[in-house]
Ligand binder design. Structure first.
Ligand code: ATP
Length: 494
């Protein structure tokens, strides 16, 4: 995790919010490369789930909503976490997570020596498990109290109870309250889904672990509405679709680079299920902090639509033409955090390798997610014709992709810099490309493309660059492309 935090800061992915003022706790800002990576995650998600599926539509609801929404949804009464306080140092912890961090222990068996013991483990000297504050190791913890995670705010100029509302703690409710608007305006038949990407806010008791748990974050959520009277393959439609969404979501994370062994599914036990859920499965990822939730996929039944119908007095039903009756759809909710997904993609892509006795840090990001697709590098920055050609290539390629020009170091160093931020391809322009007028040599009009992962290089004619990148960035394998062009160098990308 430390390597990721440091790389993120050094290379413009993620900065501590308000850093010049000492930082705002658990708030992070996405820098020039981080914002590209985040946009790419959201863009491919939207493309795969909204643009490409005939049964899905998008929505962008407001963050501030009518306060009754949160009464109806159950958030005012139930969106709480159990909180404990240390009576000595006054720190606060989430009661159900307090044993998930290393704990400080003054061991009586070693004359009160101070140890920091791994999460959940007993002391190897005296054998006790943690009972006191894990941070100071001295204070008793209070019994758990429920703490509501919603941020309160006021709408309008008067700060009074009547104008109290909340920053949304999830994007889902914006979809439920618009169910009928979408149904009426878009004339869809069940099953169909509504997708939304947007900010959510939770006043987490113990945020932390970089962007894993923050108080302001982004969600990518889908509410997929199904007809509970229908069956698919002999099973109730909601159960069938729940399984489809679990498979689909797992496949999506794998497609964009998360390794099989770092992903697993965890079913919620009956006593852990949210009050509205018939079944929930979490996709967990093996983060640097251990296995933790990346995404939840819940069967929320007809709970939300029924609650909003009850509180608003509006019917939120679907007319089943075949059966000639009104039904309240069931809903399957695949809900992922954008920031958590970004952390997982970064963690999975990060590699430290050794090349010719030197350390190479490389982010093996999927090309569709990589913040920069191509870097154009002139081999000699003193040669005007080389620099001009390199700029022209950048200008041309940047019509379609995010492309940078860089001439601020020697080529080996420039390659390493691009490896470190995950740029899948570099293009170098050299004397061979443009020729040497003084010596009466004409250029061959070819440039070198270097592949980040294999570090192989090929010579490609300038006028083929656009089509080559269209194929490579469209998903063609490097190996098949490399076979069609002349190879260069010894394959170590020097
Ligand atoms: P957790 O148990 O980690 O608090 P949750 O079960 O409350 O998470 P959900 O309500 O299911 O989370 O939210 C859906 C997704 O939103 C999560 O899987 C996660 O990716 C993301 N998410 C939730 N809370 C946060 C947060 N505080 N910071 C960043 N992402 C979050």
């Amino acid at each position: 995790m430390d390597a990721l935090v440091s790389l993120s800061k050094r290379r413009g992915f993620i900065f501590q919010s308000s850093e010049i003022y000492g930082g705002a706790g658990s708030c992070w800002d996405y820098g020039p490369l981080g914002v590209e990576l985040k946009q790419n995650i959201k863009r491919v998600w939207w493309r795969d789930y909204v643009q490409r599926r005939p049964d899905m539509m998008g929505l962008d609801a407001s963050i501030l909503m009518h306060p009754t929404v949160w009464k109806a949804s159950g958030h005012v009464d139930n969106f709480t976490d159990p909180m404990v306080d240390c009576l000595e140092c006054r720190r606060r912890f989430r009661a159900d997570k307090v044993d998930e961090t290393p704990w400080v222990h003054y061991c009586p068996a070693t004359k009160g020596n101070k140890f920091t013991i791994s999460a959940g483990e007993p002391c190897s000297h005296c054998g006790v498990t943690r009972t006191l504050c894990p941070e100071c190791g001295k204070g008793e913890l209070t019994p758990p109290r429920q703490f509501n995670l919603m941020f309160k705010t006021f709408m309008g100029p008067v700060e009074e109870d009547a104008s109290l509302t909340y920053l949304r703690p999830e994007t889902a409710q914006g979809i439920f309250v618009n169910f009928d608007n979408v149904l009426q305006s878009m004339r869809r038949k069940l099953p169909f889904g509504i997708a939304q990407i947007g900010k959510a806010f939770r006043n987490e008791i113990t945020p932390g672990n970089f962007i894993f748990r923050t108080r302001e974050f982004e969600q990518m959520e889908i509410e997929f509405f199904v007809n509970p009277l229908e069956t698919v393959d002999g099973r109730p439609a909601d159960e069938y679709w729940h399984d489809r969404w679990i498979e689909d979501s797992m496949a999506w994370f794998r497609r964009y680079g998360l390794s099989e062994e770092n992903l697993r599914l965890r079913e919620h036990a009956a006593d852990e299920l949210a009050h509205y859920a018939k079944r929930t499965a979490d996709i967990e990822y093996h983060f640097p902090i251990g296995w933790s939730e990346l995404m939840g996929i819940a069967n929320r039944t007809d709970f939300d639509l029924k609650q909003h119908a009850k509180f608003s007095g509006k019917a939120l039903t679907y007319f089943d033409e075949e059966r000639k009756e009104h039904v309240v759809p069931y809903v399957i909710e695949p809900s992922a955090g954008v920031d958590r997904a970004l952390l997982a993609f970064l963690a999975d892509a990060y590699r430290e390798e050794e090349v010719r006795g030197e350390k190479r840090v490389v982010l093996r990001l999927h090309p569709e997610l990589a913040p920069l697709k191509v870097a154009v590098l002139p081999l000699l920055k003193k040669r005007d014709d080389i620099v001009r050609t390199a700029h022209a290539i950048r200008d041309e390629l940047s019509k379609d992709w995010s492309v940078v020009y860089d001439d601020t170091a020697a080529i080996g160093r420039l390659y390493r810099r691009q490896d470190e931020v995950g740029t899948p391809y570099c293009v170098t322009v050299d004397v061979q490309t443009v020729g040497d007028q003084a010596k009466g040599e004409v250029g061959d009009g070819k440039v070198t493309i270097r592949d980040r992962d294999s570090m192989e290089q090929i010579r490609v004619p300038l006028d083929s660059l656009g089509s080559v990148f269209r194929e490579l960035l469209g998903g063609s394998a490097w190996a098949s492309m490399a076979g069609r062009f002349e190879r260069k160098g010894d394959g170590t990308g020097a």
